[in-house]
Each structure stands twice: as C-alpha cells, then as structure tokens.
Design a protein around this ligand. Structure first.
Ligand SMILES: CC(C)(COP(=O)(O)OP(=O)(O)OC[C@H]1O[C@@H](n2cnc3c(N)ncnc32)[C@H](O)[C@@H]1OP(=O)(O)O)[C@@H](O)C(=O)NCCC(=O)NCCS
Length: 166
C-alpha cells in the first residue's frame, strides 16, 4: 500500500481513537491530528528545535506533557514510520481557561496552511470540552499569524503581569 493512503483501520490503530484526518495540501500526503498517540520525546524536541527553540530537559518535558490539558500531534502518515510535523499543547483548568503553548510546524511543512489548521483544531478541541477563554503568548514575529485568525491582543497591553522565579 502506498504511504499516502490512510484507511480507517490505520487511523484508529496507529493514531488512536480520537484521531482525525487533517486536510492535506498535497494529494500524495495524508496528515492526521491525534491527541492520544504517544510522543517520542526525542522526535518532539527535534521538531521544536527545528523551529529554533532551545532544548529543554527531557525529564521536565515528559512531566509537562503529562500535566497538559491537551497535547496535539500533527502527523504525516506513513504506516511504518509516522512523522511528527506539527505540535501544540494546552494547559488549563479544563473547564474555564486554557493557555496554548509550543505551537510549531516543521519548517519544511510551513506556509501551506497547516499552522492555521492546527490552531483551528486546538481551538475546536478546547471548545468541545467547554473551555471558551483561551490565551497564548505570541512571539513578536508571529503576532500577525494569530491576529489574522481572529485572536485579539491584550487590550491596551497593560493588564498582564509576569514573575520569573529564576
Ligand atoms: C507560526 C507557525 C506555526 C505558522 O505555521 P504555518 O503552517 O507556516 O502557517 P500557515 O501556513 O497556516 O499560515 C496561515 C496564515 O498565517 C500567515 N502567517 C504564517 N506565519 C506568519 C507569521 N510568522 N507572521 C505573519 N503571518 C504569518 C500565512 O501567510 C497565512 O496567511 P493566509 O491565510 O492569508 O494565507 C509556524 O511558522 C511555526 O512553527 N513557526 C515557528 C514556531 C513559532 O513561532 N510558533 C509560534 C509561537 S507563539
């Protein structure tokens, strides 16, 4: 079977019962969103480093994932070797508030709409569990990415306080 085709059985068995196909910009490539397929932490860190972020201690990343409300992998389907090409996770109380972190699309796959699809998927997943107040911290270079999708900047920029305990 060609690696681009994805059967319902594969979707379930490889990516988990919550998995769903993501519209693909290329007919030779199947893409899947999953919230339950376990991450290989090395592959995840490689993805996050590919977008320029610095390495974090694996032991802390593992706990951060365990403690996250939602973690979404965007996988390029291959029956033998699915590849993680996008990621986002959320923390929160599960009912009122959530914050989105670590939104990344592998640079090779950027610029074809996948970041937007990933954000739509994350927002919808949060709404599905009843969370309606969603926040995120945007790097300066990507503020326009979020604004174009309907996010609003913190009003007047004067209501946010930070404490870095290090
Ligand atoms: C930000 C990121 C997730 C966007 O993913 P992507 O797949 O390239 O984005 P898309 O192709 O879905 O772009 C959707 C729209 O946003 C625009 N866009 C994408 N990146 C943008 C940016 N950095 N600034 C402004 N607009 C941007 C696109 O032009 C596109 O516009 P259109 O709908 O008018 O065509 C990706 O560039 C990335 O992983 N960056 C590095 C990590 C990062 O900065 N993450 C965010 C941390 S806050």
């Amino acid at each position: 079977m060609s690696s681009c085709c994805l059967t319902q059985k594969e979707l379930l068995e490889i990516y988990g019962k919550d998995a769903c196909q993501c519209p693909s910009p290329n007919k030779n490539m199947s893409l899947v969103f999953s919230q339950t397929k376990p991450f290989d932490l090395i592959e995840l860190e490689q993805l996050l480093q590919s977008v320029g972020w610095s390495q974090r201690p694996m032991s802390k990343v593992r706990i951060a994932l365990e403690n996250s409300l939602l973690k979404v992998g965007l996988w390029r389907h291959d029956p033998a070797f699915p590849r993680l090409i996008g990621f986002a996770r959320c923390t929160g109380d599960g009912v009122l508030e959530a914050t989105i972190w670590d939104v990344a699309i592998n640079p090779i796959y950027q610029g074809v709409g996948l970041g937007k699809l990933l954000m739509n998927y994350v927002n919808q997943s949060l709404r599905d569990i009843g969370v309606t107040r969603i926040t995120l911290f945007a790097d300066p270079g990507v503020v326009a990415f979020y604004l174009s999708q309907g996010w609003v900047l913190e009003p007047k920029g004067n209501r946010c306080a930070f404490w870095y305990a290090n």
